[in-house]
Design a protein. Sequence first.
Length: 518
Amino acid sequence: MTSAFSTVSPIDGSALPDVAATPIGEIDELVAKARLAQRAWADKSVADRIAALVPARDRVLDRAEAIAKKIHDEVGKPEVEALLGEVLPSADVFNYWSESIEELLEQREIDLDKLSYPGKHGVIHREARGVVVVIMPWNFPFALPLRTIVPALLAGNAVVFKPSEVSPRCGALVAEIFDKLLPEGVFTIVQGGGDAGAALCSADVDLVVFTGSVASGRKVARACAEKLVPCSLELGGKDAAIVLADANLERAANGIVWGAMMNAGQNCAAIERVYVEASVAKELTEKIVAATKALRAEDVGPLTTSAQRAIVARHVSGAKKGGAEVLVGGGEDDVESPYRATSDEKGYAYAPTVVAVADDESDLMREETFGPVVPIATVASADDAVKRANASKYGLTASVWTKSAKRGEEIAKRLRAGVVTINNHSFTGAIPAAPWSGHGETGYGITNSALALEALTRPRFVLVDRSRGKKELWWYPYTPALRTIALAMAVLRSGTAGLFAKVGAFFRLLGGFSKRWK
Ligand code: NAD
C-alpha cells in the first residue's frame, strides 16, 4: 500500500521514518471525546488553563535544537531558519496569549439608556467556540499550527489538529509539546491526508481553521457551508514589493532577496513580484542579482516536494518562453551550482533565480509560484506599481521600499493586502500581536492578535432585568396610545425635526404615556 505521507527527505532522497495514519473510521469518535473534554476544560479558570500550558512553552525552548533539526530533516528548511522562524516565534505565541488572554476574555458591560431600558443590565461574555479543527500546510509545519492552537486552547476550546501529510513528523512534534499537560481529549492529533481533513470538516465540530491552498480551501468552505459551521481560511499569496526611486537600494535588494528566497520561497507571503520605478530599475536589478549569486546552499534549502519543484520549473520556463530573461539561476545551465535542479535526482533543490519580466501575463506573475524566484518588472510610476500589485487575485502582504515613511504609508492605504510593510517584508507573521489576514483568494481568516479571537470564541449576551413593573411599554396590547408614543419618539430622535416639532412631540409623548399606563 502506498503511504499517504511523504516518505523521502527533500534534501537527499533518504528514507524518512514511518508514520501511522489515524483510521478515518475513528475520527468521529475522537471528535466526540474532544467534545466531552471541552466542557470541563472550558469550566476551568483562565488562570488554570494558562498554568497548564506554561510547561509547553518551556518545552519549545528547551527542545529548540532538536525541533529545528527535525523540521530541517522533514521539510528541508535550514536549521537556523527553523530556529528563527518556527521555534522562537512559537515561544512568543505562548507568552503573548498567556499575558493577554485573561483581559481579552473579560466580560464587558454595555451602556443601556436608562429611560428606554429601565432596571436592565447587559453583559457580553466570551465563551469558547467548542471543538476547533485546525488543518495546516507543510511550509511552516511547527509555528503555524501553534499560532491557532495556543489561543484556541487558552480560550477554552478543545482542538483537533491535522498536520499536512507532507509534514506529519513535524505535526507529531507539536503534539509532543502538549503531551500529558492537558486532560485527555482537549488536544488530539489526527494524522492523514485530504480525506482525513474532509472527514474532520464533516464531523460534529464547531469551527474549522484552515491554512493551505485555494483548491482545498474551497472544498473546506463548501463542506462547512453544508453544515453551517464557520471556517477561517488562510490561503495562497502572490506578494508584490514596490520599489520607489528614492529607496535605499542596498537594503531593498537584500530585503527582497530574503523575502523571496526564505524557506526556498515556500512562504505564503514570499515576494513573488517586484515592481521597480524605471530610474532605479537597472541598479536594483544588479544588486538583487549580486545578492542572489552570493547565496549558499546552507542559506536556501531545497523545495519540500518534487511536485513543488515541478511547479517552479514550469513557471520559470513558461515565463522564458513568453520573453522573460533569466538573469541568474533557472536551474539548468550552471554545472557548478550547488542548487542544480535538473540533474539531481535525489533532492528537490532549485537554484535561486532572478527573472526580468516585461508584463504580468505569465503564470510566474499571476499564479502562486512558491519557489526561490524573484521576477522583476519595471514600472513608469508608483501609481502604475500600485495598479499592477492590486490586479492579483490574491492579497496577502505587500511591501513598499522608500526613504519617505509618509509616502510609504500613503501607498500602503491603497494596496489590496492584509499586511503592508514599509522597507521590510513578511516577517510580521511572527509578531503575535499583529493581525495576519488577506483579500480575495487569500481568504478571510485572521491569525494572531486579539482579532483572531473573534473566530475562536463566540459572544454570549446576558441581560438581567430588575424592573418590577407588570409590563414593558412595548408588550401587548398595541393601543393607539402606544402608536402615539412611537411616533413622538421618532420626532424627538430625528436630526431634522425643528424645535417646534420636538416640543409638540414631547407633549404628545407625555399624553401617550399617561394613557398607556392608565
Ligand atoms: P493543501 O491545500 O494541499 O493542504 C493543506 C492541508 O489541507 C493539508 O493538511 C491537507 O491534508 C488538507 N486538505 C487537503 N484537502 C482537504 C479537504 N478536502 N478537506 C480538508 N482538508 C484538506 O496546501 P499545502 O500545499 O499543504 O500548503 C501550501 C499552501 O498553503 C500555499 O498555497 C500557501 O500559500 C498556503 N499558505 C497560506 C498561509 C496564509 O497565512 N495565508 C500560510 C501558509 C501557507
